[in-house]
Design a protein around this ligand. Structure first.
Ligand code: 1GP
Length: 255
């Protein structure tokens, strides 16, 4: 029996790109934007400089819907297509990878580790590359905080955020994701990103409530490695908000 190479192809791609500066991931909900529509968003987002496509939503996406979207996107763009799972039912082998994420501050043990134990054999059988990630819900947390039964980290509790992030790193997770919640009225606070960045030596993903370059710039300056946006493209398409976020990512890369 051979042990699969670790990290895998997608993680190596991300690591190589991160060496040149911060990245941007475009989150697409295939229930709202199925198949070819998802591919159209992905094509436009990648043309503007987005580095990977995340596929997910906070309510049960079927394997079929996920698979169709992943297939259409992979035919349209060459960046990785990564499942951002809300449950094992949405895993599909047509994607390249899955964020294999533990919700660190959930009260529900299923979301911390039990579902992972159930899903891991399916991830292996599907040939999906698991990307080990600690997922931390920051207030307000929005729907994912409710569904995930999180105790959201208060926005001024930098010690709690740094503690969780460092614990994730010490447990061997290779990414930490600070999540304010999709559609949050404001992103994760800049001082929190700065505090976590100071202690962490693995990449720091920040998402939730980022709608403009004015939001993105300070988060990047504070040390975010990856910005994730979803709502801005769902509500405004690839318009000024999205373009100004990508412009800030380019600027932070020095280009
Ligand atoms: C949600 O962090 C992502 O999990 C993206 O959030 O939809 O607010 O961009 P938005």
């Amino acid at each position: 029996m051979t042990v699969p190479a670790s990290p895998g192809t997608v993680e190596r791609y991300l690591t190589e790109h991160l060496a040149r500066g911060p990245l941007h991931f475009t989150l697409i909900d295939p229930d709202k934007s199925p198949g070819e529509r998802a591919a159209g968003i992905a094509r436009g987002a990648v043309a503007l400089g987005s580095d990977a496509i995340l596929l997910g939503g906070s309510t049960g996406i079927s394997r079929d819907v996920m698979g169709r979207a992943a297939t259409a996107i992979r035919a349209a763009v060459s960046v990785p297509v990564i499942i951002f799972p809300e449950g094992p039912g949405s895993l599909a082998p047509e994607a390249n990878a899955v964020l294999f994420m533990s919700m660190l501050n959930s009260r529900n043990l299923n979301l911390v580790i039990r579902v992972h134990a159930q899903a891991a054999p399916a991830v292996r059988a599907m040939g999906l590359e698991p990307i080990p990630l600690g997922y931390l819900v920051i207030a307000p947390g929005m729907r994912v905080g409710e569904v995930g039964q999180a105790d959201p980290v208060p926005r001024d509790d930098l010690a709690a955020a740094t503690g969780y992030a460092l614990a994730a790193q010490y447990l061997g997770m290779r990414y930490v994701y600070l999540e304010a919640g999709s559609g949050a009225p404001a992103p994760v606070p800049v001082p929190m990103v700065r505090a976590v960045r100071e202690v962490l030596s693995i990449p720091l993903v920040v998402g939730g409530g980022i709608r403009s370059g004015d939001d993105a710039g300070p988060l990047l300056a504070a040390g975010a490695s990856v910005l994730v946006t979803g709502t801005v493209t769902e509500e405004e398409g690839l318009g000024d908000g999205f373009r100004s976020i990508l412009a800030e990512v380019r600027r932070a890369r020095g280009g």
